[in-house]
Every structure is written in structure tokens, then in C-alpha cells.
Ligand binder design. Structure first.
Ligand code: PRP
Ligand code: ZN
Length: 285
């Protein structure tokens, strides 16, 4: 049977999380430092390690069937590929940044300025749609040093933690797009490989759902249960078990990771005690 070929970043912001995703899907890929191609031992896939900048093109041409890459790269390269799934990691934004001592009072700042970037397509579109005439200096890496060495007045680059900008005396002034890792696919994947892809996506979604949710257990007086159930919509209805202590129950449910702090305050106010929040390994809906 032919294997599904998957392109992932060789080294950089996405590579560690991409490998980890396969691991959490129960797919074994050996570490093989330096090799550019690895076959998984227990799933019919082959991993190609590439520069993220090249992944959209390889997927368009069918050298790889699918790829894991940032949306930023997908929209910049503008290749004929489909986005199948957002993966929820490698979050970042494509932003304009200027030397921190400059005053900034809006995007008119960029009129007739030189802006260094590895994202000429997205930056060009941004300037056009905002009626800004500026010079785009395309460079392939270390964009953040351009203002310091006199190559440009500003930069347009990926910002994640913001530490690269900080270290180079720059400040972020406009966000052009938000981005995260996605799965892109070739538009003509063969039927046999499509089956493998469906199995892989099934696993990836189970891992993703698990990451986005937490299992929550708590104790509460029986009369507080109705209110607590309204706070915790859960997967279906929560599980409620009686406790040995008269009038008390234990309640189990699932909450969204990004909502749980908020919910926990509401739960405490409603009378919940002994609240435990536990990671979920896999979650199949
Ligand atoms: C981006 C960008 C910065 C860094 C910013 O590189 O070019 O170097 O991340 O991250 P920070 O805000 O956390 O400091 P990316 O990994 O996208 O670049 P590459 O694939 O072009 O090397
Ligand atoms: Zn890159």
C-alpha cells in the first residue's frame, strides 16, 4: 500500500509541536537527526522534513500529499492547496514593527517608507488595501535587524512571544494577520491515500479536542446541582454520583480549557468544593 507523504518543518517554531502531534496520535517516528525522510513504524505515512517556506509548493505539486505549516506561510505563498484543519498550536501574528523610539500615529506612518519582510505578498496586499505607497524590501531571514543596519525604516514579520522585537529595539504597531499551524492538502490525493488521511485526521481531531478540554470533578450540596449544571454544559449532561456524606454529590464533566478559570469562579460561588481539573488524553466526539 502506498504511504501518505507528510511535509513538516525541519527546524523552527513548528517542528517540535508537529512531531509531538504524531506522538500523541500514537504514531511512532524515530528521531533520526539529519535525515530528511522517515517512515513511521506503525502507521502508513512517510514524513518529509522541509523548510516551512517550501511546504505549500511541495504540497501543491504533490511531492507531499499534506503538510503542517503556519497559515501565514499558506496565505503568503498563495498556492493551490486546501486547508483541512486548524491545529491550535504555533500561534503568532504577522505584524508591522518600527524602531521603538519613533512616534506612531497610524498606518500613514508607512507612506514612502521602506519596509523589510519575508512576506512581500501579504504586506503588498495590506499596503494596497490601505492606499499606502511604500517600498517593500524582500529579504529571506533575520528581518528584524534591517532597521538597525539602515536597510529599512520598518519591518513586517512574525511575532510570537515578542522577544525578537524587544531584543532588536522594535515595537509592534499593526497586526496584518493572526496565524496558527494548519494542515494543508494537495487537491488530487489518490483514493487509497485519502483513506489514510481520514484515519489520521480522526486521530488528530481526538488529540485536538482533548487539548482544548479538561475533565472536571467537584463536590457540591445536592441543592446546588441545578445551578452548577447550567454553568457546566459539558459533553452531554454531567455525571452526578451521590457521596457517602448525606446531601452531597460528586459531579463530573468536561470544560473548555480557555473557559475553565472563568467557570471555576462561578462554580465556587454556587457552592462547589474540592474542584479537580484533569487533562484529557484523547477525546472522540
Ligand atoms: C519568526 C520571526 C522571528 C520570530 C519571532 O520566525 O521571524 O524571528 O519568529 O518570534 P518571537 O516573537 O517569539 O521572538 P519563524 O520561526 O517564523 O521563521 P523562519 O521559519 O523564517 O525561520
Ligand atoms: Zn521559514
Amino acid at each position: 500500500m502506498s504511504k501518505l507523504k507528510i511535509a513538516i518543518q525541519k527546524s523552527g517554531r513548528l517542528s517540535e509541536s508537529s512531531r509531538k502531534l504524531f506522538e500523541e496520535c500514537g504514531i511512532k517516528i524515530s528521531n533520526g537527526a539529519g535525515t530528511l525522510k522517515i517512515v513511521a513504524s506503525n502507521f502508513p505515512i512517510e514524513i518529509l522534513f522541509l523548510r516551512d517556506d517550501d511546504i505549500p509548493q511541495y504540497v501543491e505539486q504533490g511531492v507531499a500529499d499534506i503538510g503542517i505549516v503556519g497559515e501565514n506561510m499558506v496565505f503568503e505563498k498563495n498556492k493551490e492547496v486546501d486547508i483541512l484543519e486548524q491545529l491550535g498550536f504555533a500561534g503568532c501574528r504577522l505584524s508591522l514593527a518600527i524602531p521603538k523610539e519613533e512616534n506612531y500615529s497610524g498606518h500613514g506612518f508607512f507612506i514612502n517608507k521602506r519596509v523589510a519582510t519575508s512576506y512581500p505578498h501579504l504586506l503588498g496586499k495590506y499596503f494596497t488595501s490601505n492606499n499606502i505607497t511604500a517600498t517593500v524590501e524582500e529579504i529571506s531571514g533575520s528581518v528584524e535587524i534591517a532597521p538597525g543596519v539602515g536597510l529599512a525604516d520598518a519591518i513586517c514579520d512574525i511575532v510570537s512571544s515578542g522577544s525578537t522585537l524587544l531584543m532588536n529595539g522594535l515595537k509592534e504597531v499593526e497586526t496584518i494577520m493572526k496565524s496558527q499551524a494548519v494542515i494543508i492538502a494537495n487537491r488530487n490525493i489518490l483514493p487509497g491515500k485519502k483513506l489514510i488521511l481520514e484515519k489520521l485526521l480522526f486521530r488528530i481531531r481526538a488529540v485536538k479536542n482533548a487539548r482544548e478540554n479538561k475533565y472536571i470533578l467537584l463536590n457540591a450540596p445536592r441543592e446546588a446541582i441545578t445551578e452548577i449544571c447550567q454553568i457546566l454544559p459539558g459533553m452531554k449532561s454531567p455525571t452526578i454520583l451521590p457521596l457517602a456524606e448525606e446531601g452531597w454529590c460528586s459531579l463530573h464533566s468536561v470544560v473548555k480549557e480557555d473557559e475553565f478559570w472563568d467557570r471555576i469562579d462561578q462554580l465556587k460561588n454556587a457552592g462547589a468544593e474540592g474542584i479537580l481539573v484533569i487533562p484529557i488524553e484523547k477525546m472522540v466526539l
